[in-house]
Design a protein around this ligand. Sequence first.
Ligand SMILES: [Cu+2]
Length: 362
Amino acid sequence: MSDVMPTSELPSRRSFLRTGTLAAVALPAAVGAITACNPDLAARQPTVPDDHAPGHDAAPAAAGPKTARERADEMDRHHEAGIKAFPAKTEGKGNQPLAPKMVGGVKVFELTCSEVQWETKPGKRVKAWAYNGQVPGPQIRVREGDRVRVLVKNELPESTAVHFHGLEVPNDQDGVPFITQPPIKPGESYTYEFTVPNAGSHMYHSHHNAAVQVGNGLLGAFIVEPRDRSGEPKVDVDYTMILNDGVHDFTLNGKDFPATEPVVCKKGETVRVRFMNEGMMIHPMHLHGMHMTVIAKDGWPQPMPWKCDTLNIAPGERWDVLIKANNPGTWAFHCHILSHAEAPQGMFGMVTVLVVQDATTA
Ligand SMILES: [Cu+2]
């Protein structure tokens, strides 16, 4: 089941930190451009004219209000610091593959819901409600037709339930309290079991007090590979990107820029991105430098693949795209509702990069 995912899913921050690839190789265009525009402040200050505040030159730099140039330099320092910190190391990583236990031909997954402290960006720890201590919860990946059992243990201070979003399961496995099952009370466990009916990029999440519980982190990817793989694209990187916008602010896979994870590939490779929106807002995800070819919506193949560079991901939606990585460099990849991505203090939230390594940098 795992021949598509493991090597490509996680070419991540860890390998960057080990090799220094991003700092040394992948980001020179971005960082170099910033640093080139921002050499030593003190050396330039007396001689650089201030176009935005004519006449300010008479005021001493150390006293009185800051000049426009000083304010610009201060803002630019914050922006540069954020870029240079990327990809920032934080404690905890969500969306990690969850290996099932095989019991009599059934793939058994165990999910424990509990409260944890989750670091979304360096130094920022928030209360989270997590499956198996991860935000997003661990990635469940199975094949169409598999028999699956999901054991849910609730260690939260309130009831919960798990809905398998996008899966066309029998009604009594749909995970909606008082419609299809009783709530799973604190301290209780509950078992779901079904034969996986339809392939695609799906999700699982709480369906009880969900605006709070999903916002707190009770969500994860449920990816179903088709039984017949003849129509599947051949990809080198298969990357799941889960968007959220609850109490943890704007996050990609549970992390806030600069702690988000770069998507990394080599020139000529094909990257599959599975966007999933677990938040309550729309997020038009925009890739610089290359287009995306949309191949599936909510797990269903598109009748005809189509191209875009900005793809709106509405709450609950999953969109699968392919990116032919033919343009080397480090490319910004972010939500284009700009208040979800950038502030005077620099970039934050739903920002990452696509790194396309060419032969000289790989
Ligand atoms: Cu957004």
